[in-house]
Design a protein around this ligand. Structure first.
Ligand code: LLP
Length: 431
């Protein structure tokens, strides 16, 4: 297995950066998510540079849903990132992290009245997903005496090679406005008093390992850009969303690099806008590609059992990492203290949750394991903690950051008391 460069093996132990994962597991307990700050920085710079090599007016909007830890948002903010936010909560986090409102886009297909109001109050641009939302926003902005800059989310009707649950630009998906209605949406916005349509937004899906669909997406957007420019829309930005995947199976998968992505998409973008005589900013919303490979989930073996096959029961389950259960996703697994031992056994790694589907990794070759061994589940920086739950009354685990020779908690683990404290005694149950 070719490991990402921040993961190395020394004297049989897995290291993340300068840190022995067994020591981190001992210090912070398990389960624990561990993120490498240096890798976060490298990923951002690599992505940004790849696009800017083609066109200087590029703005990265980190997709906060991938990993909403404030420390991570702050690192990206310091590198110049904006953010794609999908809820008032993510909006709040992004502002707390110091990302200026003009670098944010409030996305979402089902925003509440309060979401819209907060975005207007904070001066954040909004990506609209329906005519109904446009009407509501125009009214809210009018009441607040503001003019709001918006984009519409275009549904480009593009099939993408990824899990169906995370393909978002299909003709049948819930997101966006279909191509045959999109021009009317801009026309309607031009007629609104308090809304200014200055952007175009699209996102075709996630974990895409082929650059061709992104090129197709760009072609659709440029076609729409041509039609709405003629109608009098002055496009300040075109936002092509995120979606570039990463290699999860390090033996089999190869992911396009951000440079390969940029080299495929940017010439089409540049030729298109030149033809139209417009000069919008290019916005991109990567999530997974910036954070996915920066993080490992350390989990300890509770017990090993042989029934119809060998199971290794660990202390993290789909409460902490739902991707395998939800999308059948593959995450590589390494036995932290036995990293160079021969992989003589085949195990299915299962969590502690009361469901048959609570499997983190199926039929994996690993060294012989015993209770107390620590396993690292790789590439858990995107949609890991951010999709975690408290199912089975399991408090969510801590998140740790490492940087050079340092390490520290960037989110404490919850306790059962945290869970219980949100519950209220009902008045009619009082004695
Ligand atoms: N922009 C929008 C509007 C999005 O909906 C998303 C992801 C992104 C950007 C970032 O996409 P990325 O670059 O991370 O692929 N939970 C799933 C992934 C869901 C993605 C949702 N939207 C998973 O674990 O694979």
């Amino acid at each position: 297995m070719t490991l990402p460069e921040h993961l190395t093996i020394h004297e049989g132990h897995l290291y993340i950066g300068m840190h022995d994962c067994n020591d981190l597991a001992k210090e912070y307990g398990t389960p624990v998510y561990v993120t490498d700050e240096e890798k976060l920085r490298q990923n951002f710079i690599r992505y940004n540079d790849a696009l800017k090599a083609h066109y200087s007016d590029v703005q990265l909007l980190y997709a906060a849903k991938a990993n909403g830890n404030l420390s991570i948002l702050k690192i990206f903010a310091s590198l110049g990132a904006g953010a794609d936010v999908f809820s008032s909560g993510e909006l709040h986090l992004a502002l707390l992290a110091g990302i200026p409102p003009e670098k944010l886009l409030f996305n979402g297909s089902s925003k509440t009245h309060d979401d819209l109001r907060v975005a207007v109050e904070k001066g954040v641009r909004i990506s609209l997903d329906s005519f109904d939302e446009l009407k509501q926003l125009d009214k809210i902005a009018g009441e607040l005496g503001r003019i709001v800059e918006v984009s519409f989310r275009v549904n480009p009707a593009i099939d993408v090679p990824t899990h169906p649950k995370i393909a978002t630009g299909l003709a049948t998906s819930k997101f966006g406005i279909p191509a045959d209605q999109i021009v009317d949406a801009y026309r309607a916005a031009l007629e609104c008093e308090n809304v200014d349509p200055v952007g175009m937004h699209c996102h075709i899906g996630s974990q895409i390992l082929d650059v061709t669909p992104f090129v197709k997406e760009m072609e659709v957007l440029l076609k729409v850009a041509g039609e709405i420019t003629k109608m009098g829309v002055h496009l300040k930005f075109i936002d092509i969303g995120g979606g570039l995947g990463i290699a999860y199976d390090h033996e089999k998968e190869v992911a396009p690099t951000p440079k390969e992505y940029a080299d495929a998409v940017m010439p089409v973008f540049i030729a298109g806008i030149q033809k139209l005589g417009i000069k919008p900013q290019l916005w991109v919303e990567p999530g997974r590609n910036l954070v996915g490979d920066t993080t490992i989930l350390l989990t300890r073996v509770n017990s090993v059992k042989t029934s119809h096959k060998k199971f290794v029961n660990v202390d993290a389950g789909f409460n902490l990492l739902i991707r395998p259960a939800m999308y059948g996703s593959h995450h590589d697994v390494i036995a932290v203290g036995k990293a160079d031992e021969e992989k003589t056994e085949e195990y299915t790694v299962t969590g502690p949750i009361c469901e048959t589907g609570d499997i983190l990794a199926e039929n994996r070759k690993l060294p012989e394991l015993e209770s107390g061994d620590v396993l690292a589940i790789l590439d858990t920086g995107a949609y890991g903690y951010s999709m975690a739950s408290q199912y089975n009354c399991r408090p969510r685990c801590p998140e740790v950051m490492i940087f050079e020779d340092r390490h520290g908690i960037m989110r404490r683990g919850e306790s059962v008391v945290d869970i219980v404290n949100t519950m209220k005694r009902l008045p009619w149950h009082e004695k």
